[in-house]
Every structure is written in structure tokens, then in C-alpha cells.
Ligand binder design. Structure first.
Ligand code: IMP
Ligand code: MG
Length: 179
């Protein structure tokens, strides 16, 4: 059943997210002086990506941005392990320095898949930025080069993350199912 918004407690406030996104942008701006290509994994990363690229812009980074829709989840709260491409990116990544942006690194299935795919297409370098990670849940050997917050094994929503495609619009990260 769909929970109501008033039942979703705040785990990370909008203000805390905003200052952490700025810090991540600073770290990324130091590492990528020019010609960065961002590949944002939809749908969960669209809010994070939107804020991150504007923070990068303020630091004089001028990335190109592309999108890829991947999913390892159905509409439930447990990872299925199989990753599907629903919509591929539009631009070639050959020879590019690519930063993959995702909402959350959990089992690592999604990001391991995305990284291998982009490497196999000839990217010059591939790094990963995530807003959140749940370290206890890793199945694949994949780590984030830039990570916003490490959280316990809760199921969280908001700031782009969903529960059955609801709650992406919440301005904060909230907990729908405590781990
Ligand atoms: P992984 O493939 O298990 O690492 O899962 C990554 C994907 O699962 C993320 O891109 C999210 O879309 C989704 N996901 C994992 N944990 C959560 C959560 O707590 N809330 C919402 N989506 C999640
Ligand atoms: Mg996702």
C-alpha cells in the first residue's frame, strides 16, 4: 500500500543534501578540468544530477550530459539482480572521460553493469558518483569514487528515489522501511 507523505520521516534534510552536493561538485571539479561526460542513470538520479551539474557549472565545469535508463528493481523494495536497459544513451562514449551518476549504490548490480558497458564501448576513463550508498548490501565489487552519504539498510525515498515510482518529488531523503 502507498504510504502517505506525513508518515515518511526525514533521514537527510534538503539543506544537508544541498551542502553535500556542493562538496561533491568541488571534488569532481578538481579531478576533471575539462571535457567531462556525465551519464546519469534514470530514473532515480535525475534530481541529484540536476543539482550536481548546476553546482559544477558554478565551478566552471562544462560537462556534456547523457542519460541511460537501467533497472534492477521491479516495483518492490528488493533488488532482482538482473539489470535491464530500458533506454540507451544517445552519444558515443569512445575516448571520453565518463562520470556515471546514480542515486544509490546498493548491491552494485546496476553500477557494475553500467561501468562494464561504458568501458566496453571504449571510454577512456570511467568513474562513479552516487548520492547514497548502503555498504552492507554489496554483492558486486564496485565502489563509488564520489559518494554523498553512507546510510544503514533502510529503504529510502525522495530526491529522485522512489517506492513503486512514488515520492521522487520529496525534497528530502526519507525512510519508508527501516532496515
Ligand atoms: P543496486 O543495483 O542493488 O546497487 O541498486 C541500485 C538501484 O536500486 C538504485 O539505482 C535505485 O534505483 C534502487 N534502490 C536501491 N536502494 C533503494 C532505496 O532504498 N530506495 C529506492 N531505490 C533504491
Ligand atoms: Mg536507479
Amino acid at each position: 500500500m502507498k504510504p502517505v507523505v506525513s508518515d515518511i520521516p526525514v533521514l537527510i534534510s534538503a539543506a544537508d543534501i544541498a551542502s553535500r552536493v556542493e562538496a561533491l561538485a568541488e571534488a569532481i571539479a578538481k579531478d576533471y578540468p575539462d571535457d567531462l561526460m556525465i551519464v546519469a542513470l534514470l530514473r532515480g538520479s535525475f534530481v541529484f544530477t540536476a543539482d550536481l551539474i548546476r553546482a559544477l557549472h558554478a565551478l566552471r565545469v562544462r560537462p556534456q550530459v547523457d542519460f541511460m535508463t537501467l533497472s534492477s528493481y521491479g516495483t518492490g523494495t528488493a533488488s532482482s539482480g538482473t539489470v535491464h536497459i530500458y533506454r540507451d544513451m544517445a552519444e558515443p562514449v569512445e575516448g571520453r572521460d565518463v562520470l556515471i551518476v546514480d542515486d544509490i549504490l546498493e548491491s552494485g548490480n546496476t553500477l557494475a553493469y553500467a561501468r562494464e558497458l561504458i568501458e566496453s564501448r571504449g571510454a577512456r576513463s570511467v568513474r562513479i558518483a552516487v548520492l547514497l550508498e548502503k555498504p552492507g548490501k554489496r554483492v558486486r565489487d564496485v565502489r563509488a569514487d564520489y559518494s554523498g552519504f553512507s546510510i544503514d539498510d533502510h529503504f529510502v525515498v525522495g530526491y529522485g528515489l522512489d517506492y513503486a515510482h512514488y515520492f521522487r518529488e520529496l525534497p528530502y531523503i526519507g525512510v519508508v522501511k527501516a532496515g
